[in-house]
Every structure is written in C-alpha cells, then in structure tokens.
Write a protein that binds this ligand. Sequence first.
Ligand SMILES: [Zn+2]
Length: 342
Amino acid sequence: MIIDCHGHYTTAPKALESWRNQQIAGIKDPSAKPKVADLKISDDELRESIETNQLRLMKERGSDLTIFSPRASFMAHHIGDFEVSSTWAAICNELCYRVSQLFPDHFIGAAMLPQSPGVDPATCIPELEKCVKDYGFVGINLNPDPSGGHWTSPPLTDRHWYPIYEKMVEYDIPAMIHVSTSCNACFHTTGAHYLNADTTAFMQCLQGDLFKDFPTLKFVIPHGGGAVPYHWGRFRGLAQEMKKPLLQDHLLNNIFFDTCVYHQPGIDLLTKVIPVDNILFASEMIGAVRGIDPESGHYYDDTKRYVQATANLSEEERFKVYEGNARRVFPRLDAALKAKGK
Ligand SMILES: [Zn+2]
C-alpha cells in the first residue's frame, strides 16, 4: 500500500474559515466572539469536501492512506492567546477525526497542537492526549516557531520543549516539524518560511544532543527536509567541526524526511543523498503548489511519479519509502493497520 504521511485538510467547508474569522474578530471585540457550537458542518459536507478533492486525487494517483492533519497555514499560533489557540486546535482536530471516521481506510489523523507564543508547551498536552487516546491519531505537528516567522521560542533542543517530547515518547508518536503562516513579510509562508523552518529544525538538532536524552524520539522534517539534503556536505562538515558524531549516528535514527519536493531532480537528489530508511512518501496534497508543470504535463504535487521514476531506488527500497518506513516511524499507524488485518 502507499501511505502519504503528509496531508492537510485544506479543503474544509467555508464555514470553518468564517468561524475562525469571527474568532479573530472576537479577540478585539469580545461581543463578536463565536461559540464552538456556532460552527455547524454536516457529515455530508465533510464527505463532499474530501471526495471531490483529496480522495479523488489519491485514487487517480494511486495512494491509499493519508496521515491527515489540520491545514498548516491556518494553525496561525501567533494569533490570540492560549485560549484562542486551544479552542481553534480542538475544532480543527475534531474535523480531521470526523474525516478519519467517515473514510477509515483512507485517512488517519495527526494533531495540531494549541501552541501559543511564550506559553509553556506543556499546556498542549491535554489536546495531544485527547487526539491520541480518543481520536486514534498517530502523530502530531509541532510548530518550532509559534510566533509566525519571528522565532521567539528557544531551539527544539531546549528543555522548554521536553514536556511534549516526554509525551511523544510515552505514546510512541512522531512529530512532523511544521510551521504555520508567516506574519513576517520577509518570509513567504510556503516558499520561504516552511523551507527555512525545515532547515532550521535540522540544524538545531545537529547543534544539540537532544536524541541522547530521547533516543526514541522521532521527527519528520517535511518538504524534503528544506535545504538539508542539497547541502548535506555542509551539514556533515559542520557536525565534524563541532565534534559531533557522524550524522548517521547523531541524527538519522531520529530524523526523517518526506518527498514533498515537486520535481524529478529533487527526488533524485533526495534518494541519492539521504539513506532510504529515512525517506517517507508524501505529497502534501492539496497544498501549497496546486498547478501543472508545463515541462512534465503533470501536477507538481503528484510526487508518486517522481518516486516511481527515480533510478536510485530498487523495488524493495521503493516499498520502504511508500509503506515500510511510515509503519516504523508511526508505530500507532502500523498497529491500527494490523488491527484491520493490513
Ligand atoms: Zn504541510
């Protein structure tokens, strides 16, 4: 089977966005603040939003199951306070849970956390627990920069983040390191802020010794790892100068990259540079880049084509990228599939 480890609910019914706009209006004008119960989205609306979008494309392109999380750019942790983030995260996670219940063979959830700038990440734990225990979610998205492009939080290796890591280790769930929208005009959200964050997260881990404290902690760095695979020699060299172990031993038991690169030479490079055990299939569909590549005639985010076409992978290795690695990195996904005889 083909598991796409990176999909967001970018096509949620418009009522969700309207509710969020009301919530944001309510920050300045408490009389405008909506109640959670004001948001009404029926199962039929959810079904339609998925069947005509993600599920249609999954069937056309030949992927089977998507690890599905709330729309990343809409997390916008920088807006409002913890209470605002907490209510918003609960709503978004519940919608992904409902999608996973409506299409149990095709979607399984990953949680957005109610992060808020300057607030102790431990406050995210109740939402995380609910998503794993009650919703059967198999991972989380962790935003290394809840300030939205101003980087006011300590690096991911700081003890600041440890309460989340302790819970992740307890539940055996990985985190996709995923920022949200940029509110810094210097950084375009998906073209710069996302890729900067991917690269930054890797470098923070390289500088620190986080995985000595948490040997089983797992991070998925999305968007092909940002600049990391392309500059692998730079990172190896920096690790050497910092007297760190080889990257293979220092980071690659714990850090994985997805395949959201959107062109063939990018996937060729990724699969040549990064060990196959550290690459997980993903498309981030329907996401940042929705057009058709005039050079290939296919959608940029139809990433299966590139994985299929690369000469760097044997069939056995392709299986790892499509399925085997995802089962290893997301043990709760593997357990859920096995429980269904898959
Ligand atoms: Zn994403």
